[in-house]
Design a binder for this molecule. Sequence first.
Ligand code: OXD
Length: 312
Amino acid sequence: MTEIPPIVLYHPGKQEAQWAQELAQHTQCEVITWQPGVAGVVDAEVLVAWAPPQALIDAMPRLRLVFHLGAGVDALWQTALPAEAVVVRLEDAGMAEQMADYALYAVTRHTRGMAQYERDWRAGAWSPQPVKPAADWTIGVLGYGALGAWVAEVLSERGYNVHAWSRTAKTSAGIVHHSGDDGLKVMLKRCHVLVLMLPLTPETQHVLNAETLALLPHGSYVINLARGGLIDTDALIAALESGHLAGAALDVFEQEPLPAEHRLRGMPQVMGTPHIAAQTWVEEACRSIASNLQAWRDNNPLSGVVDRHRAY
Ligand code: OXD
């Protein structure tokens, strides 16, 4: 009987032990939790990791399959992986539902004027404002991958007028789709609220900059649930300060953690959270890793494979 080589895990932090235990249970493999100096990884072909250091990759000359513990794989940009290694990202692992909850909350908070009511409450004011129906609000979802599509569907089901942009043309019932550079401009000009759900790649870095922000209608609102690098922070601050943007809900930032004294923190029209919009459910992630691992061993197609050339 041939011995199954171990799986290497790199996920330092509070949940490391849980990852190791769930991975071992679902894959039925020995799991080596790597840290500098740990031996036994030289024969391993499979790595499960978030942002693995180069020293670990270099210690695994037989590395063939990398499960990246995130929906986005931008944390791998700086890592030199063997050319033949297949990279698989997490497609859902509980994240779609949480993203949609956050998006619906942030959209509702804006469209129902809740931030102002919170300020009024503290100031002792009583100032009801008229409400517009959801259908009168055009929400643009930038990015229509697994998570973006889910967010767009949930907002559409709630009755918002949802537009979505993707690199290549897509269709789905109830959503107005746009694609390509011209499609992006057309969509931005219509959005009362823009929700960013794109992966961060060299192509999407600063997709929202002074020029594209200027295309949004005056008084629009930006929600970023994907990656801080999608937005040029200085251009965003300028658009908020000039009043061109009514506000923003931001879960991700170019610099994380966002420094305590950062200008965005002092802006009452900005709501911020510490990159928590969607957190991975360990058990669900390990179950999908185990089924992909089995598919890889059986030479069957894998789900969530990253196009390393496109970087997502
Ligand atoms: C992810 C993240 O990419 O947590 O999954 O940001």
